[in-house]
Design a binder for this molecule. Structure first.
Ligand code: A3P
Length: 317
């Protein structure tokens, strides 16, 4: 009973000025003593940017494409979530201690809250960024279904909070910029959801999911046969991951994640923001984006159904 009461949408708690889910805020102190191993790999993202997708790709790579091995446990057990804490469930730190090397570790933390040991030991990082409009829409739906978040309120008010960094993990703008900055001094492979999403059937010339997976392999210093890479592309498609209980989060009790409100594997597309943003919201967002990202050479794109390049400037070089 106490467990259920605790889940009832507690307000965010600021840690060093960053609003966090209450339980995660409580994990930050103990995390600072984290012991890292040289072959740890950190998957870092702002929430709703393709973390689960990249986690599954990486586990498949680590298991040499062996599907039965990837079915050994749900994704959140195979790839511990560093700052995760929730009453009655093993914390991220506890899960990590049970995980054999080489470990994959997921985090959404901004740099100011990251355990220093990860930076000191220059642990390899794969960062995935996604265009902020799709992130905002995905995050709004996630807030609604995942009850560890406060009530998101209306879409209109959530969008305002998102732009102001008053959502869990703070500002998307700050997050993507500071991790981009880290690429200059640390081993960080910075990838984009939109690049991963381009599907061979839509844009046969680019073969992007495969191209991005090959970038990951190169970064890790690993190689796999061509047919294994094709197999990984296939099994990490949205359709396959949506129907796979080991990746779709349906193993989480509905008191915590209510898939009836919105499934975790919701749409998995680019440009879905157009179905939610009003024209006025879009203009306001663009103006805010231009101001906040001024001077940053990070560029986002979104491929819509007709394969036109749109929003927020053109592709990162
Ligand atoms: P939508 O809500 O827009 O559908 P995260 O794992 O970081 O929480 O991100 C979740 C988002 O990634 C959701 O976006 C989800 O549908 C999408 N996603 C998950 N797996 C995917 C896949 N294999 N291909 C494309 N999108 C995927």
């Amino acid at each position: 009973m106490e467990l259920m009461e605790d889940f009832s949408r507690p307000p965010l708690v600021p840690v060093k000025g960053i609003p966090l889910i209450k339980y995660f805020a409580e994990a930050i102190g103990p995390l600072q003593n984290l012991t890292v191993w040289p072959d740890d790999l950190l998957i870092s993202t702002y929430p709703k940017s393709g973390t689960t997708w990249m986690s599954e790709i990486l586990d498949m790579i680590y298991q040499d494409g062996k599907l039965e091995k990837c079915r050994r446990a749900p994704i959140y057990a195979r790839v511990p979530f560093l700052e995760f804490r929730c009453p009655g469930v093993p914390s991220g730190l506890e899960s990590l201690e049970e995980t054999p090397a080489p470990r994959l570790i997921k985090t959404h933390l901004p740099l100011s809250l990251l355990p220093q040991s990860l930076l000191d030991q220059k642990i390899k990082v794969i960062y995935v960024a996604r265009n902020p409009k799709d992130v905002a829409v995905s995050y709004y739906n996630f807030y609604n279904m995942a009850k560890v978040h406060p009530d998101p309120g209306t879409w209109e008010s959530f969008l305002e909070n998102f732009m102001d960094g008053k959502v869990s993990y703070g500002s998307w703008f700050q997050h993507v910029k500071e991790w981009w900055g880290l690429t200059h001094t640390h081993p960080v492979l910075y990838l984009f959801y939109e690049d991963m999403k381009e599907h061979p059937e839509i844009l046969s010339i680019l073969q992007n999911p495969k191209r991005e997976i090959k970038k990951v392999l190169e970064f890790l210093g690993r190689s796999l046969p061509e047919e294994t890479v094709d197999f990984i592309v296939y099994h990490t498609s949205f359709k396959k991951m949506k129907e796979n209980p080991m990746t779709n989060y349906t193993t989480i009790p509905s008191e915590i994640m209510d898939h009836g409100v919105s499934p975790f594997m919701r749409k998995g597309t680019t440009g879905d923001w157009k179905n939610t943003f009003t024209v006025a919201q879009n203009e306001r967002f663009d103006a805010h984006y231009a101001k906040t990202m001024k001077g940053c050479n990070l560029k986002f794109r979104c491929i819509c159904k007709c394969i036109c390049i749109c929003i927020l400037g053109i592709k990162a070089s």
